[in-house]
Design a protein around this ligand. Structure first.
Ligand code: CA
Length: 240
């Protein structure tokens, strides 16, 4: 008898645990419903303090985090988690969808964003992508060593010998994306999507300019990059 691999359900079993931190009851109920239906095990918290406590105590596999929350907002909560060394993937929910929110979120350690209102399909796609990435994530991604330069992607610090290398939040985010791709090319669109956000105005040229800056700061010979390689017609990849 033939097996039908295409019929294997895509929902991981047993379902990963997802913590929803959202103060608005209707939105919380909708999210819980969607995720329950897909086989995820759902935990909820109604404000930032409760959310932080549950995140620390119950170690969920993923956190859906609203930004505007009573007691402790999403940015502060996320920064606190990262400060405690908790690397649970965080999908931030923002009502505004503004560029500044995304940048602040990246600075505070969020992994991805979803702009309200969003479709169920979009929510589930992001959740699954983050869970997959978490499974694949290795310790190597927490830090990078490029020659004599050491880049801590968690603390967002970089140094060469005793000297600090100043990298911007966007440059750290770009390096992290490259590192997580494990040598595979990252497209310009993907950079724009993750580092700048959908609503942003930058063009693919912006990505090239930032790559040039990164090379100038990190590569011994920026004209002939050793690590941050161009993949013609596609984007960039990290060659370690
Ligand atoms: Ca809210």
């Amino acid at each position: 008898m033939k097996t039908h691999s295409s019929e294997i359900p895509t929902t991981p079993l047993p379902g990963p645990r997802i913590l929803i931190i959202e103060d608005e009851a209707p939105m919380r109920a909708v999210l819980k419903d969607i995720l329950d239906t897909e086989g995820f095990r759902v935990l909820t918290a109604i404000d930032g303090e409760e959310g932080l406590q549950r995140a620390v105590r119950e170690k969920p596999d993923l956190i859906l985090l609203d930004i505007m929350l009573p007691k402790l907002d999403g940015f502060a909560l996320c920064a606190e988690l990262r400060c405690l060394g908790i690397q649970t993937p965080v999908l931030m929910l923002t009502a505004k969808g503004q560029v500044e929110d995304r940048v602040t979120g990246l600075d505070s350690g969020a992994d991805d964003y979803l702009v309200k209102p969003f479709s169920i399909d979009e929510l589930l796609a992001r959740v699954r992508a983050l869970l997959r990435r978490r499974q694949k994530r290795t310790r190597a991604v927490a830090a990078l060593k490029l020659g004599d330069a050491y880049i801590d992607l968690v603390k967002q610090t970089a140094r060469r010998g005793r000297g600090n290398i100043h990298l911007t939040a966007k440059e750290f985010a770009m390096l992290r994306l490259l590192a997580e791709a494990e040598g595979e090319p990252v497209t310009r669109d993907r950079f724009l999507d993750v580092v700048w956000g959908y609503a942003a105005f930058p063009t693919t040229r912006t990505v090239d300019n930032h790559i040039a800056n990164l090379r100038a700061k990190l590569e011994p010979d920026p004209e002939n990059p050793k690590w941050i390689k161009t993949v013609h017609g596609v984007g960039y990849r990290l060659d370690l």
